[in-house]
Design a protein around this ligand. Structure first.
Ligand code: TEU
Ligand code: CA
Length: 525
């Protein structure tokens, strides 16, 4: 079954979505309160970032118990009620599956040491969140591997007993009725057994898309996934189109689709904090490459935002004068491509990056560790803060802006992370009141996907390839043609308008020129 091919997904980061009891932390009852809002937007699937019991070293991506709900978010009873309410509204729920690592507080870590990686002498790999990727354990007198924080030890998938435990847990959730999984860094689970030193301490060639990855995913598919009508998306940093073809080709029976990172890395240098302006031609050619690679082979996911990425309107758009136009333009550009689109909470009202003054206002472990590390490397406070303002993960994690009341209507208490001070101007209440808001534009894009087959099935041809500011492409089937023009700048440009009717546009009426941040889609049958 391929219902996920014409579905639209909405990601909820529960900690920041809606707080129902005034403790400043979003929760499951808060999500239940907002399901009608999501239904109104028109989405089909909710991807819920982790809600499992966790000491929150990495906001739930460090799981202590896969069978228990984080007490701050509610109880298993709240979960069952939420799942039921989602299904009643004819939507589906995709859980976050974090099985590259657990929390060091998971009972497995003490009970089953051979579920993890232990060595007498560590190699020289560095952790994604800074510092070495190995931590000494006094009790064992050995080092354990952690690609992320030291409270996130990596699981050893070479061990068949571990794999069986993971599959049992997945079946338990699917039997409960969840509709699929978003799999956290799932292409990291097969490591090269040599775990060799590398010239620069970057171990990724030995753990990304490792030697047994296709075998493990196929086994997971046969043991679990193929027995359910579910949807899967694998988060895969470092996956190239050739890898993606293998992961998502239905003949291989692994996953439905993957999240790739190439288009998100184009405005970074040696690392993501090393800021570099986006070259639009690079973005066009990158997305073209992915559109072509998976056409009739596998399936793409489409995203600009998630809980790890800065807000797209601040990143590739204009979050000041042309905030509304550029947010709609970016949405058009993405949603008219082939693949399953993902909307991250707040994107549908054009939420922007935040620039807190003090490092103490930040909560994210990656940001806090990076601040220390860059300081030690001699970066100035100002330069570090600039990188954090542009790229930090807390840009995506400030609470959802529901209205213009205190704390943006997210909580009646003290929010765990401060709200973006622009909530009086940018919020859901206002978006619902204005008929030409970004919200209703997203609603239209979603409904077009349900109406025009070419959006799901058409092929992709880039046009005006070398234009520095215009991203334009055609989508075609035997019956239909779609031509999409997106202006990634405040400059005006002449275009040769194709024939056909206008399906959607972000300005009120048409014009022979492409205006600042304009998007227009032509349709011909
Ligand atoms: O992210 C994986 C990942 O590669 C991130 O480290 C990403 O590169 C980084 O956030 C960009 O700065 C996943 C989750 O999405 C993330 O929230 C978790 O922190 C991470 O895995 C560990 O579970
Ligand atoms: Ca709460």
């Amino acid at each position: 079954m391929t219902w996920w091919k014409d579905s639209v997904v909405y990601q909820i980061y529960p900690r920041s979505f809606m707080d129902s009891n005034g403790d400043g932390i979003g929760d499951l009852q808060g999500i239940i309160q907002k399901l009608d809002y999501l239904k109104k937007l028109g989405i089909d699937i909710i991807w819920l970032s982790p809600v499992y019991d966790s000491p929150n070293d990495d906001n739930g991506y460090d799981i202590r118990d896969y069978f228990k709900i984080m007490s701050e978010f509610g109880t298993m009873q709240d979960f069952d009620q939420m799942l039921d309410e989602i299904h009643k509204r004819d939507m589906k729920l995709m859980m976050d599956l974090v099985v590259n690592h657990t929390s060091d507080e998971h009972e497995w870590f003490a009970q089953y040491p051979d579920f993890y990686y232990w060595q007498d002498q560590p190699n020289n790999w560095k952790s994604v969140f800074g510092g070495p990727a190995w931590e000494f354990d006094d009790k064992r007198n050995q080092y354990y591997l952690h690609i992320f924080s030291k409270k996130q030890p990596d699981l050893n998938w070479e061990n068949p007993n571990l794999r069986e435990k993971v599959y049992d847990m997945m079946r338990w959730w699917l039997d409960k009725g969840v509709d699929g999984f978003r799999m956290d860094v799932i292409n990291f689970i097969s490591k090269d057994s040599e775990l060799p030193d590398t010239p620069d301490g970057d171990g990724s060639p030995y753990f990304m898309n490792g030697p047994r990855i296709h075998e493990f995913l196929h086994e997971m598919n046969q043991e679990v996934l193929s027995n359910y009508d579910c949807v899967t998306v694998g988060e895969m940093p470092g996956a190239a189109p050739g890898d993606a073809q293998k992961y998502t080709n239905p003949d291989n029976q692994e996953l439905n689709m993957i999240f790739t990172f190439e288009h998100m890395d184009l405005d970074g240098g040696s690392d993501k904090w090393d800021l570099k302006p986006l070259n639009l031609v690079d973005l066009k050619e990158n997305l073209e490459k992915w559109q072509h690679a998976l056409f009739n082979v596998g399936w793409n996911s489409l995203y600009w935002n998630n809980h790890d990425q800065p807000r797209i309107v601040s990143r590739f758009g204009d979050d000041q004068e042309y905030r509304v136009e550029s947010a709609k333009m970016l949405a058009t550009c993405l949603h008219m491509m082939q693949g399953t689109p993902y909307i991250y909470q707040g994107e549908e009202v054009g939420m922007t990056n935040v620039a807190f003054e003090s490092i103490d206002q930040y909560e994210d472990i990656e940001t806090l560790n990076m601040y220390q590390e860059k300081k030690e490397q001699g970066w100035s406070h100002e330069d570090i803060m600039r990188s954090i303002h542009v790229k930090g993960r807390d840009n995506a994690r400030t609470p959802m802006q529901w209205n213009d009341a205190a704390n943006a209507g997210f909580t009646t208490g003290e929010p765990w992370l401060q709200v973006n001070p622009n909530y009086k101007a940018i919020n859901v209440k206002q978006a619902l009141e204005e008929t030409d808001s970004i919200f209703y534009y997203y609603q239209s894009l979603i409904s077009l996907r349900k109406t025009y087959d070419v959006i799901t099935n058409g092929d992709f041809t880039l046009i005006h390839r070398d234009h520095p500011d215009i991203f334009a492409y055609k989508r075609e089937t035997d019956q239909e043609t779609l031509t999409v023009y997106c202006n990634f700048s405040a400059n005006e440009y002449d275009i040769n308008q194709p024939s056909g009717e206008i399906l959607i546009q972000n300005y009120e009426s048409s014009h022979e020129k492409l205006r600042p941040w304009e998007a227009v889609v032509f349709y011909e049958k």
